[in-house]
Design a protein around this ligand. Structure first.
Ligand code: ADP
Ligand code: MG
Length: 248
C-alpha cells in the first residue's frame, strides 16, 4: 500500500491494535490516468467510519463519491495517503474482510436467477453450495423478496433488482456496507422501500452503512451527512452547526 504522503499521525493510528474503526482514510488521494489525461477524483480526504454509523455521502455528479466508496472497499488503489481497515482485518488478497458493496446501476448477472446471483459471491469466497444457497435464501427473506428466488433479472422491476443487489451484499453478513446510489434509477416509493430494507437489514447485522446519493429524501434517512465537491469532503451545514468541521 502506498505510504508516499503518510503522516506521523497515520503511523500512530495504524499501530493501535485495539482500533475498532472499520475504515480509516488519511490524506487519501486517487488519480485516474496520467500526464495530461490525469483526473484527480479524490483529493486529500481524511475520514473514518466507526461501527454502527449511518452516513450519507452527497455531492454533484463527478465529485468523487463513487471513487471514495471504491477506495473504502479496497476495489481501487489509492495514489497517495493511507487507507486501513483496523476493525475489519485484511484478507489474503489484501482487501478488507466483511465489506459489501451495492454498485451503482444494474449489477445482476442476466444469465443467473435471483438466488444464484445472491449466492455467487459466497461461492467465489469458497463457501459450499448448500451453505451459500441457504445464506442467499435467508438474505432474500430478510428483504421480503424470498418469492423472487427463481426469477431472472430481466423479469424484475428496478426496485426488485436493487433489493436483490442489496440481498447479495447482506448474504455475506458484512460489517460495513457501501452503497453507491442504490436508489439512483428508482421512483420515490421504490427508493424509500430499498433504503428502508437496507437500513433494517444493517440494524439486524449490526453493520455500518455509507450511502452515496443524490436524493435528499434518501440522505435524510441517514444520521450523518458528508458532502463531496471536486474530490474533497466538505463539512455539511449540519456539521458546521455542530462545530464538527472534519470527519476524523
Ligand atoms: P461521482 O460518483 O460523484 O459521480 P466519480 O467518483 O465517479 O464521481 O468521478 C470522479 C471523477 O473521476 C470525475 O471527474 C470522473 O469523470 C472521473 N472518473 C471516474 N471514473 C473514472 C475512470 N475509470 N477513468 C477516468 N476518470 C474517471
Ligand atoms: Mg458515482
Amino acid at each position: 500500500m502506498s505510504r508516499i504522503h503518510a503522516s506521523t499521525r497515520t503511523t500512530v493510528l495504524d499501530a493501535a491494535p485495539t482500533d475498532r474503526s472499520l475504515v480509516r482514510c488519511t490524506d487519501l488521494a486517487m488519480t485516474y490516468g496520467a500526464g495530461n489525461r490525469a483526473v484527480v477524483a479524490v483529493h486529500s480526504v481524511t475520514c473514518m467510519v466507526e461501527p454502527g454509523q449511518r452516513i450519507a455521502v452527497t455531492g454533484p455528479s463527478g465529485s468523487g463519491k463513487s471513487t471514495l466508496l471504491h477506495l473504502m472497499a479496497g476495489l481501487v488503489r489509492h495514489t497517495s495517503g493511507a487507507l486501513s481497515w483496523p476493525g475489519l482485518g485484511g484478507s489474503p488478497a489484501g482487501r478488507p474482510g466483511r465489506v459489501g458493496v451495492v454498485f451503482q446501476g444494474q449489477s445482476l448477472l442476466p444469465a443467473l436467477d435471483v438466488v444464484e446471483n445472491v449466492q455467487l459471491p459466497l461461492l467465489l469466497a469458497g463457501a459450499d453450495v448448500g451453505s451459500a444457497r441457504s445464506a442467499a435464501v435467508d438474505a432474500l427473506c430478510l428483504l421480503g423478496i424470498g418469492e423472487l428466488a427463481s426469477q431472472l433479472p430481466e423479469e424484475l422491476s428496478g426496485g426488485q433488482a436493487q433489493r436483490v443487489a442489496v440481498a447479495r451484499v447482506l448474504a455475506a453478513r458484512p460489517r460495513l456496507i457501501l452503497a453507491d446510489e442504490p436508489t439512483g434509477q428508482l421512483d420515490q416509493d421504490s427508493a424509500e422501500r430499498v433504503i428502508s430494507v437496507l437500513l433494517a437489514a444493517a440494524d439486524e447485522l449490526d453493520a455500518a452503512v455509507v450511502v452515496a446519493t443524490h436524493d435528499e429524501i434518501v440522505a435524510d434517512r441517514l444520521a450523518e451527512h458528508w458532502r463531496m465537491r471536486d474530490g474533497r469532503l466538505r463539512p455539511s451545514a449540519q456539521d458546521v452547526e455542530r462545530g464538527n468541521g472534519d470527519y476524523r
